[in-house]
Design a protein around this ligand. Sequence first.
Ligand SMILES: [Zn+2]
Length: 397
Amino acid sequence: MPKASVHREEEEFPWDLGVFDAHCHPTDTMTSLDSIPSMKAKGLTVMATRAQDQVLVACAADRLGIPTDTNPEDWTRDQKIIPCFGWHPWFSHQMFDVNTYDGKEQLDEESKIAHYQTVLTPKSDDRDFLLALPDPRSFAHFLQQTHQYLERYPLALVGEIGLDKQFRIPGSWLPENYESRDDSLTPGGREGRDLSPYRVHMDHQKKVLTAQLNLAGELQRAVSIHGVQAHGILFETLQQTWKGYEKRVPSKRELKKRANDQNANIEEEQIQKIEDSSSPKPYPPRICLHSYSGTAETLKQYCHPSIPTEVFFSFSTTINFSHPAGSKTETVIQACPDDKILIESDLHTAGDRMDYYLEEIVRKVCQLKDWSLSDGVNRLAENWHRFVFGHIDPHKH
Ligand SMILES: [Zn+2]
């Protein structure tokens, strides 16, 4: 009998061991927050993406946040959320650099047009289109606000941030869009609008990403990263932030020598301890590449021992298995180190559907990794715990 048959659909799912969503967007449907206490999942990592949802994520954390003295055994049904604050690449064009506009907090019409002509590609001369785009906001101001949120919520992470080479910005809102729009959705998303031909310059996206990585490093918070068709440039951008901080990888000879020399071992441990202290750095201490769509080769690149940050890879059935790339994802999951895998729903609404997608991806990962469900759920919980809190759950050991 093939081994995989152990994971029969009817095998009961061990929700009681604790299932954690590494990346989701329940504040896209605010009414769905009411369903969170009755969800089977134990923890949700809730992303912010744009102007409209930063405050909503904060409100969600006020209502349903996980308390700072973290003993998962004690979390109640009303304590499930880790809030994350960040600006998504799909909205990066809405940010302007105050230095370019003489410290202005708001842009007048001409500056607004100039800004969008600079950050969008191809360059548009359609004034009506450009003026109908959202009023851009000061990036410095946003960073300041995010800093405040991170201080107010000591467990909060930075996300969703990243790079996307594929997306094009949606067209402006037309009167008929307003008439037919679904009022239960938080504004600011695409909502089925046609896409314009315009993309956001990579240089601009990189600036917006890098500043948020630096902020996460300053406050020593993990980040959740979106990367689509930009795996090379994303790696380079991240690598830039830890330049000069690479860990020295001992040669085989050194390792051998060390094995024979107890004193050298202790010295090395002390150095390591100093390096690991939680002092501010320009790069985040932990990174989750959400709905990871890169190859197994790129994954290996992120696991190089010289990289001073811990990189996790998160998978969802909605994104990773929804297109023909599914079979590639299977290879990638198999190649992913067991202690670096996370799972997510990436869903815009909380409730039964979110639980359903979480169960689906956990079963898929367990099947591909040849883990029993209880073993897999435990491993994934431990990985999530390390990603969010930076250490393993002390109550499990
Ligand atoms: Zn997302």
